[in-house]
Design a protein around this ligand. Structure first.
Ligand code: ACO
Length: 311
């Protein structure tokens, strides 16, 4: 049966068909999918914190309503993705445990602080922009539940990106101080946004296998380049400077050349040593512990309902 399963798995990948939860799949494929989906889910959940910090300090009711809705969307994406991981046999409580004990990763980007309200706009523009660049191809990833989740998530991410850009346009039409706040936020978030795409291809341990399985459709460097090319004209329209003296159009390549990312910083942040890693995990852990009574009550209620049904 395994041999037959392996054959139909290979055939499905070759023909660009989706792998579904009940299909046979290699253990390593399942393991990679759980790793990536869990990391993605954790990123959405931890990603609520940097922007969530501004909900109480939003400058107007309108901005507060928008930000509240956006952070709620991120919670929804996280829960949606945990459900996708469950279709592979992962246990949600176990995934949360691995996150708060540092055994599973989440995106490096959420370990930087949000110092001013301009950061909310820049996160929408650059961070959600990078997320879309990475996630649109994942709508065609080979694992069915993940691919379908990505379709809806990408629609909401596009909306997030536009709200960020609109916020920044508004600030850029404001006072010189507001324009300076936007430039300062761009200076701080630009390089970390480029790190979201992962290590350079030559150092990416998982890319080759994930491309062969059509989990990933493009390499880390390809998507990083696509993001830079997409963002340069947006920065011009906005009137901000991207903080890279080496950034320039290369007509031969048909792409922008850009400077080297500080990969030592990337490794430090992924390894737990970024400016906010400890705080992010502490907040997540506290929320989990404070929610224990809700989970217990829900489980007790479900058990009581089941007992009544069986009686
Ligand atoms: N932050 C933290 N860890 C990272 C990052 C990052 N920006 N980039 C790569 N890594 C990790 C990988 O998870 C991998 O670690 P592991 O093997 O221990 O799991 C290691 O660094 C080496 O990287 P790769 O071999 O390139 O890993 P992979 O093939 O999984 O590619 C990528 C990384 C591009 C992030 C991929 O996992 C992906 O596309 N994930 C889905 C998107 C996602 O998670 N987005 C989250 C942020 S966006 C948002 O939530 C708004």
């Amino acid at each position: 049966a395994t041999e037959q399963g392996a054959e139909s798995f290979e055939r499905a990948i070759e023909r660009d068909q989706r792998i579904e939860p009940r299909d046979w799949m290699p253990d390593a494929y399942r393991g990679t999918m759980v790793r990536q989906i869990a990391q993605h889910a954790h990123s959405e959940i931890i990603g609520m914190q940097p922007e969530g910090a501004w909900i109480t300090r939003a400058p107007s009711l309108r901005r507060k309503a928008i930000l509240l809705a956006k952070v709620q969307d991120e919670a929804g994406h996280g829960l949606y993705l945990y459900s996708a991981a469950e279709t592979l046999g992962a246990d949600r409580a176990d995934l949360t445990d691995k996150l708060i004990s540092g055994r599973q990763k989440y995106s490096s980007i959420f370990n930087y602080p949000t110092l001013t309200f301009a950061d909310v706009g820049v996160i929408g523009w650059l961070v959600d922009g990078a997320a879309i660049c990475n996630q649109v191809p994942l709508c065609r990833t080979s694992y069915g539940p993940y691919a379908r989740a990505m379709i809806r998530i990408c629609k909401e991410e596009s909306f997030h990106q536009r709200q960020g850009y609109e916020l920044l346009m508004t600030m850029m039409r404001g006072t010189p101080e507001q324009r300076e706040m936007v430039q300062d936020a761009v200076d701080r978030w630009w390089w970390p946004s480029l790190m979201m795409f992962g290590p350079p291809d030559a150092e990416s341990a998982n890319t080759a296998q994930s491309m062969a399985w059509k989990i990933k459709r493009h390499t880390n460097d390809e998507l990083r380049q696509r993001f830079v090319d997409m963002t340069v004209p947006q920065a011009e329209a906005l009137g901000v400077r991207l903080p890279d003296p080496e950034l320039r159009w290369n007509p031969e390549r048909g792409h922008h050349d850009f400077g080297e990312v500080d990969w030592a910083e990337f490794r430090r942040v992924v390894g737990g040593g970024g400016p906010c890693n400890a705080e992010r995990i502490a907040v997540r852990r506290a929320a989990h512990e404070e929610g224990a009574w809700v989970r217990e009550a829900a489980a007790a209620y479900a058990a009581k309902q089941a007992a009544r049904r069986d009686a």
